[in-house]
Design a protein around this ligand. Structure first.
Ligand SMILES: NC(=O)c1ccc[n+]([C@@H]2O[C@H](COP(=O)([O-])OP(=O)(O)OC[C@H]3O[C@@H](n4cnc5c(N)ncnc54)[C@H](OP(=O)(O)O)[C@@H]3O)[C@@H](O)[C@H]2O)c1
Length: 248
């Protein structure tokens, strides 16, 4: 039997990048998956098509995680379509870089709304449906420790995600719900490509600091999400799993 047979997962921001790889990997281990997207319906539909072509179960559900009603709608789709919820992957995220002199309210709210408020609202919507053995996985970043220059807001959001992960691990532990984060280094995704990170000075700097000598790929992160979703990690909660090829 596969590791996640009979389980149901919600993956936010699964229309592309790391979220899409996590959705496919959870489905390959037997989970039925809600593939959330904000604007890229075609991307989410393609992820669902890939899962169903491999005999998995998935549904695409639109919604902005920074809106409470949307967060509830994303979670309710899991209950309505698949009848239960076991795994929540809070992956949706946006990243922008700016020196301190150029930070604006818009730059702050855009990133904190999606990366932090979105985690809180989606977890709040999900928590009443998660029973004993439930697993929440927050996709944070290695930036919360590395603190690169010109990333005060983005790194601040991921520092908040790390703290929230620890708080909720304590808060939900008595209900036997585990909460962990994955903290990736630079990963080649649609997002890092369109943001101009891949091929930039930041990319070269990250590569030079990476003992394993390459950038991350979405599948490098997805296999860790499967581990944290499954019973293999049953004795882990409140952990921050750094996945960066050794960059620290
Ligand atoms: N790539 C990296 O190097 C890296 C490193 C460390 C951590 N991370 C973290 O990993 C996560 C995914 O990054 P990625 O590089 O895969 O990003 P990506 O390729 O840009 O994909 C981002 C995903 O998030 C969704 N999204 C954005 N805003 C949303 C909102 N308000 N509500 C719901 N969904 C929303 C997007 O949906 P639509 O496309 O439908 O709009 C998309 O599916 C983020 O949390 C990021 O901070 C990435």
């Amino acid at each position: 039997m596969s590791k996640l047979t009979g389980k149901v997962a919600v993956v936010t921001g699964a229309s592309k990048g790391i979220g899409a790889a996590i959705a496919k990997a959870l489905a390959a281990e037997g989970a039925a998956v809600v593939v959330n997207y904000a604007s890229s319906k075609a991307g989410a539909d393609a992820v669902v098509a890939a899962i169903t072509a491999a005999d998995g179960r998935a549904v695409a559900v639109g919604g902005d995680v920074s809106k409470a009603a949307d967060a509830k709608g994303i979670v309710n789709a899991a209950i309505e379509t698949f009848g239960r919820l076991d795994i929540l992957v809070n992956n949706s995220g946006v990243y922008e870089f700016s020196p301190i002199e150029e930070i604006t309210e818009e730059h702050f709210h855009k990133q904190f709304n999606t990366n932090v408020l979105g985690v809180l609202l989606t977890t709040q919507a999900a928590v009443g449906h998660l029973g004993e053995g439930g697993s929440i996985i927050n996709v944070s970043s290695v930036v919360s420790r590395i603190t690169p220059p010109a990333s005060a807001v983005y790194s601040g959001t991921k520092g908040a995600v790390d703290a929230i992960t620890g708080v909720l691990a304590r808060e939900l532990g008595p209900r036997k719900i585990r909460v962990n984060s994955i903290n990736p280094g630079v990963v080649v995704t649609e997002g890092t490509q369109s943001a101009g990170i891949i091929g930039s000075d930041l990319d070269a700097w990250a590569l030079a600091q990476t003992p394993l000598g390459r950038l991350g790929q979405p599948d490098d992160i997805a296999s860790i999400a499967v581990f944290l979703a499954s019973d293999d990690s049953r004795w882990m909660t409140g952990e921050h799993v750094v996945a960066s090829g050794g960059m620290r």
